[in-house]
Every structure is written in structure tokens, then in C-alpha cells.
Design a protein around this ligand. Structure first.
Ligand code: 8YV
Length: 328
């Protein structure tokens, strides 16, 4: 990439401070209307820019990448998950892919903890009763939920966010269990007081709350399949702030409707922004519109990571957050 200002196309509106900095540093084409780009517009973008900055709402698949012009050198994703990008195809064409890890860990873990509390304690239901003017006063047996203290939390995917959730859940008196491709070093397990389960199936059958923190990859697509969801105890809750595709959403919705699971807290969905109508109708769920990293602090920090990745690459160095297919 030449040392002059690189041409950068950003697909969505970013916080003002990030856009201002991008305008200073790059020949930046920013989104004026914050509308997700169509596939045709993405193709147009990769034909003209040196750096593309997409988000989770852009599908940068092989069809888009194969039409990229030779000037496209870097896809600097604004986000941690890169399941919206065909990383292997990009690499095959010599295009570097980066993401924004680390900066949204604590906020996503907070939102997870909020859901772990909100669903068993029926927070959204309580709020709805007041909002609809239906509260007739306190009763000893009304609106009873379930205690969190002393319950077993099963974390699927014990990376940065999974561990940040474990730290919070310990403080709420939960015992920590996890399933991960690789077992954590003993010192980390000890620090988190976490028990590793080699078998996901066995862990699922014994937990009170299941929380998903693995990336969406071909290997984790429908990891919580209809078969595995049936292994979960009917008194248990499922929380997902990772990616909707990791759960068979139809099967989950059917089971919640049939009372075969106690509840779910979902921040992500299989076909965003569409949400299964059975979930929307269910009283057993708390649903959020993909807000895990939605704090001004996270979104500014994500922008700064994107800028660092572009600058480093432009200066001829390996960007700090390079994503390789072997990491997925
Ligand atoms: C982001 C996320 O908001 O970073 C991720 O992987 O899921 C979200 O927190 C989104 O990806 C931004 O593109």
C-alpha cells in the first residue's frame, strides 16, 4: 500500500470522534445514512477502495471478494466476530483481514450477566406489569423467579468474553463450568475456580444456566442443535450474546413454547434482524437487539482498533489484530 492516504470505505456510521479521526488520517468515504450496503454496493466498494471497513451487517463472502480489484489490500472489520467475512478467500487473494478483539470484552460480559439475572428473576415481566398498569400490589407468592446464588453456570467458549463472564458469575455465587476446544492452563482454571468438561453433552445435562461465548464458524453452526438442546434440564436457562447461528433457533423456540426449557436471554439471532415470532410471543425470554457491545466506550475503542490496524498496515507492518483462518 502506498504511503499516501489510503482510500477507505466505511459501510456504516461510526461514532463522531472515530469518523473525524478517519477523515484526518485517510481518504475516507463514510456512510451518510447508516443504511446497510447491498451486495451490489459492497462489490462496488471492493472494486474501488484499498481498505474496506465492514460491520456485522455486511456479508463479505466469496462472491464479493472475487470481484475485488487488485487495489483492495485490507478488510478491517469493525467488530470482533468475523463470520461475516470469508477469511480464507480473502487470504487466497492476498487480502489481510483484521478485527477488534479485547475492547468489547467487559461490556459484552456485563450484558451477559444482565441476561443471566434478568431471565430467572423475571425482570422484563415485572417491568411490563407496571408499564401496562396491571400491578395490584405485593403478594407473597406472585412473580416468583429463581435464585442465581449457588447455581451452576456452563460456559461454552472460554475465551476473553467467557472468562470475563466467569469472573462476574463467581461474584454472584455461581459455580463455573466450561467447555472449550482447549482446556485452559491450570492457573487460569484455578483463578476462575472453573471446571472443564471435555464432553459438551455431559456438561449441558448438568447445568442450571448455559451461556454461549464461542465464535460462529462452520464447526459451531447449530452447536446447540435440537438434539443437544434436549439434553439441557427443563429447569435451566440458555443465554446467548455470541452469535445466533450457534443455536438452532427454531428448535429453541419450540422447546420454550412447549415448556421444555425454563427460559432464554438472547442478544443475537440466527437471521438478524428477523426474530422468530415464537420467541417474540414467549414470556420465558428476554430479547435484546444485538446490544452486547453497544456502549459509547466500546464503539469508540473499536473504531480506534480499526484505525490502528489500518495505520499499521499502511506503514508496512503486520497489523496487531490480523485474523487467520487457523484462528477460527
Ligand atoms: C458488534 C459483535 O457490535 O464484535 C462483535 O463480534 O458481535 C458486536 O458486538 C458488531 O459485530 C459490530 O460489527
Amino acid at each position: 500500500m502506498p504511503k499516501s492516504k489510503p482510500s477507505v470505505i466505511v459501510t456504516r456510521r461510526l461514532p463522531d470522534v472515530v469518523e473525524t479521526r478517519m477523515r484526518e488520517l485517510f481518504d475516507a468515504r463514510l456512510s451518510l445514512d447508516d443504511r446497510p450496503m447491498t451486495q451490489a454496493e459492497l462489490v462496488e466498494a471492493v472494486k474501488s477502495c484499498e481498505v474496506l471497513v465492514p460491520t456485522v451487517t455486511d456479508t463479505i463472502d466469496a462472491a464479493v471478494i472475487s470481484q475485488a480489484g487488485p487495489q483492495l489490500r485490507l478488510i478491517a472489520n469493525y467488530g470482533n466476530g468475523v463470520d461475516n467475512i470469508d477469511v480464507q478467500t480473502a487470504l487466497n487473494r492476498g487480502i489481510t483481514v483484521t478485527n477488534t478483539p479485547g475492547v468489547l470484552t467487559e461490556d459484552t460480559a456485563d450484558m451477559t450477566m444482565a441476561l443471566i439475572l434478568a431471565v430467572p428473576r423475571r425482570i422484563a415481566e415485572g417491568m411490563a406489569v407496571i408499564r401496562e398498569g396491571e400491578w395490584n400490589g405485593w403478594s407473597p407468592t406472585w412473580m416468583l423467579g429463581h435464585r442465581i446464588w449457588g447455581k451452576r453456570l456452563g460456559i461454552i467458549g472460554m475465551g476473553r468474553i467467557g472468562q470475563a463472564v466467569a469472573r462476574r458469575a463467581r461474584a454472584f455465587g455461581m459455580s463455573i463450568h466450561y467447555h472449550n476446544r482447549r482446556r485452559l492452563p491450570g492457573s487460569v482454571e484455578e483463578g476462575l475456580e472453573a471446571t472443564w468438561w471435555e464432553s459438551l453433552d455431559q456438561m449441558l445435562a448438568r447445568m442450571d444456566v448455559i451461556s454461549i461465548h464461542c465464535p460462529h464458524t462452520p464447526a459451531t453452526y447449530h452447536l446447540l442443535s435440537a438434539r443437544r438442546l434436549k439434553l439441557i434440564r427443563p429447569e435451566a436457562f440458555v443465554v446467548n450474546t455470541a452469535r445466533g447461528e450457534v443455536i438452532d433457533e427454531n428448535a429453541l423456540a419450540r422447546m420454550l413454547e412447549a415448556g421444555e426449557l425454563a427460559g432464554a436471554g438472547l442478544d443475537v439471532f440466527e437471521h438478524e434482524p428477523a426474530v422468530n415470532p415464537k420467541l417474540v410471543r414467549s414470556k420465558r425470554v428476554v430479547l435484546l437487539p444485538h446490544m452486547g457491545s453497544a456502549t459509547i466506550e466500546s464503539r469508540v475503542d473499536m473504531g480506534e482498533r480499526v484505525i490502528i490496524n489500518i495505520k499499521t498496515y499502511q506503514d508496512g507492518h503486520r497489523p496487531p489484530d490480523r485474523v487467520l483462518p487457523s484462528m477460527l
